[in-house]
Design a protein around this ligand. Sequence first.
Ligand code: NAD
Length: 469
Amino acid sequence: MEEGKEKGVFDGEKACLLVKELRKSFESGKTRSYKWRISQLEAIAMMIQEREKDIIEAVYKDLSKPQLEAYISEVSRIKTACSEAIKALHQWMKPEKVKTGITTYPSSAEIVSEPLGVVLVISTWNFPFMISLEPVIGAIAAGNAVVLKPSEVAPASSALLADLVENYLDNSSVRVIEGGVPEATALLEQKWDKILYTGNARVGRIVMAAATKHLTPVILELGGKCPALVDSNLNLQVAVRRLIAGKWAINSGQACVSVDYIITLKEFAPTLINAMKEELEQFFGKDQIKSKDMSRIVSPSHFSRLSKLLDDDKVSDKIVLRGQIDENQLKIAPTIILDAPDDSLVMQEEIFGPIMPIVTVDKIEDGFDIIKSKPKPLAAYLFTNNEQLKKSFVENISSGGMLINDTVLHVVTAGLPFGGVGESGMGCYHGKFSFDGFSHKKGVLYRSFNAWFGSSNSNKHKSISSNYG
Ligand code: NAD
């Protein structure tokens, strides 16, 4: 029986054998070929197409994720990532010509995208298919062998991922290892050529420390407190709908780019809060806890973490919209807290749930200081019609990504990198950025024996790009 597929404890020994097996496959050269990469990408596309219903069911089991949301965020997103990679792969693989200078004249040069080898993807539970498979698509497109470790916090999705990869993909080079901390630890002890980890910053540090031992490069996709600065000069209804979409309507706030807190003007806050209450009723009805359009909290431990944020004495008299709570169903309806003190838990920790603090300021620019006083977020949002304010926000606020007058959509915008900065992570992926993230960019200079000062023979330099032409 092949390693990694056996039942029983997955320990360091098994992890070591697994990596050996995948390295052998990588060294055989098969994953480098265009044909293999395309065949695997097409297999993922087919797997998503054929098993769409199972995927939607699995995320429903794990998160009560509404069908449409599951379709958009898990199924459709992977289809798009796959078809983008299939269409562009030939172009991505082509060496990139670089101009050479007088020092090396005559010569030619190019950047060759070389697969790194055997890579590890450790993913999380909130978008269990998208966050697992999008990096895998990038790793395969770049010609690597890859091991995926999904999150044990979404067990139905993890089990389905293992089943799908086993049945649709080439298991000599693509594998899923299910499990939690012991399995992740066993995997992290091995030598990888790149690790992409998605999850919280505490574990991000563990991953980076393990990678240091083998000088393995890492992409860390972490989280943080994503602010939305809301000016009074705006289209109120559109802004409020987009804030609700970017907080409660996507996985009940359990998204890394979900709006964590709002900053707005003191005199504008009542207008904003009233508009939010009205629109929330439009979205989820009067009895919001019963809404079928709202995901549940993923686990009892995350539910109790969120309850602690609300039980904090520092916010008990600041809750202006107290959402209903159903502990049995692990549901918390939209909750808004006005002017929670900065040292309250809700303003110190990443919320990752359906609680929205609103902080008020006298001048909108004061919001910049609040954002800058916290670790750099994964996303920062601004709602305004003021062009000067937009310019100043882009210039002065450092965040993984940024979106003006909407929420979340920058993440699905083709051509934009997705990744954090500072505490919200390092490196990026999505589309060509995934391909680049899992490739080594090898600079190659071609000189010929015929080359001599004054004699140009550069057209005789045959680069390897002709192999891709
Ligand atoms: P999680 O508990 O599923 O952990 C993530 C992964 O780390 C899992 O596969 C888990 O098994 C593994 N893990 C946990 N403890 C470990 C340890 N001690 N050693 C090795 N591996 C370990 O997910 P989470 O951390 O609750 O995820 C939520 C966090 O992820 C939030 O901070 C959120 O903002 C962030 N996030 C970031 C992105 C992004 O793309 N930047 C996307 C989603 C979530």
